[in-house]
Design a protein around this ligand. Structure first.
Ligand SMILES: [Zn+2]
Length: 383
């Protein structure tokens, strides 16, 4: 698919009613209700708190693709991208979209964990991480996904998540704005055919996406855990791709990342449409750098803390306040040096003491919107 088409489709298709980090089922229901009749939606199960879980089906082709988003309630970026993508699929006047819908049958679960989304938690209402429940199937949300998987028998699965700001793409000063993984399906990380197919799609999409965000794509941690949904579906023989929406500089609302996820999903579907993917072109997957945990949100360099020279690492705590996510700065580490680490924002204290507003030295765990450096109030808030 041409880059110009990707861009113009996004402009036309972006779902403007969805913005920022807090996306709950209340935001989605009006959108589901106004889909055209060719978008068939149904209730595939109920949550712990008895809320419906929806799936949307579109297309009539032989290649079956299943995508689910927001299995972790506080990971909303891919949900925004799914609605942008659904809107783009309305433009069947575009030859590429028409052939996609002729070749593929797509099923989306836009929000697998509405209870968690409502209160902005990773876990469901029982406090269970659904991405560790793929074998036990102890939760109604896990059962709904598994039933749909068993019934639909997808040829490809996309497991859509969001990742924290801490990840770099390799040992570099660039954040992992997108990360992918072809999950392992056994302890030996065997290169099965379905895994190679997932790797080939990731390779192709990364090649395209890297043109707009060079060095900002990583491979997520690939240690095998059969309790994870991706690992389970891969082990059942379905090529499965994990997509992680990450940080782009100054984009704490993840609106830039949202467009990149949209591109990645559409490029994946386009590749599946226009190729009989057999996994032979999986090798470039190994050239993609691995995620490393090298970033903090803020580092204050050359600080004086209790009369010692220190670097101070700050990480934002995400809090749901009146329907919005607030980012509360918290001191995570105070070290002699944090060289080797990077930050999305760097502050140089020039050897001055860093104090709380009460003139105490700052300490690990201290949480406030600002600190005092050289009698000046320095805001740590997201701008
Ligand atoms: Zn997740």
């Amino acid at each position: 698919m041409e880059e110009s088409l990707l861009k113009s489709l996004y402009v036309k298709a972006k779902e403007n009613s969805l913005y920022g980090r807090y996306i709950s089922m209340a935001h989605l229901i009006p959108l589901l209700k106004k889909f055209p009749v060719t978008f068939q939606w149904e209730i595939i199960g109920k949550t712990v708190l008895n809320k419906p879980i929806y799936a949307v089906r579109i297309g009539k082709g032989a290649k079956k693709v299943l995508m689910w988003s927001q299995m972790h309630g506080n990971e909303s970026t891919t949900t925004k991208a799914v609605f942008d993508l659904l809107n783009a699929l309305k433009f069947s006047g575009e030859a590429d979209i028409a052939s996609l819908l002729d070749s593929c049958t797509l099923v989306f679960i836009p929000m697998l964990n509405p209870d968690g989304a409502e209160v902005y938690t990773r876990e469901n209402a029982n406090g269970i991480d659904l991405n560790r429940d793929a074998q036990a199937l102890s939760q109604p949300e896990s059962i709904a996904l598994r039933k749909l998987y068993d019934y639909f028998k997808p040829d490809y699965c996309f497991n859509l998540h969001g990742q924290r700001t801490i990840f770099s793409a390799g040992k570099t000063a660039t954040p992992a704005t997108l990360s992918f993984l072809a999950p392992a399906q056994d302890n030996a990380s065997s290169l099965t055919k379905n895994r190679k197919i997932a790797m080939e799609i990731i390779s192709e999409v990364t090649k395209q996406i890297q043109k707009s965000i060079p060095n900002q794509v990583g491979i997520y941690d690939d240690s095998f855990n059969i309790n994870c949904v991706g690992d389970t579906f891969q082990s059942l023989g379905t090529p499965t791709i994990l997509v992680e929406a990450g940080h782009y500089k100054n984009d704490y609302q993840r609106e830039v990342t949202r467009e990149l996820v949209f591109q990645a999903l559409l490029l994946s579907l386009d590749y599946i449409t226009t190729n009989s993917v057999n996994g032979t072109k999986y090798q470039p997957y190994y050239d993609i750098p691995k995620n490393e945990k090298l970033f903090y949100d803020i580092i204050i360099h050359n600080a004086s803390v209790n009369n010692e020279k220190k670097d101070i690492a700050i990480q934002f705590q995400e809090k749901l306040v009146k329907g919005k996510i607030e980012f509360s700065p918290k001191i995570e580490r105070i070290e002699n040096t944090l060289s080797g680490y990077f930050a999305h924002r760097e502050i140089n204290a020039n050897g001055n003491p860093v104090f709380t507003p009460k003139n105490e030295s700052v300490f690990e765990g201290y949480e406030n919107d600002f600190v005092m450096i050289n009698n000046e109030k320095i805001s740590l808030k997201v701008t």
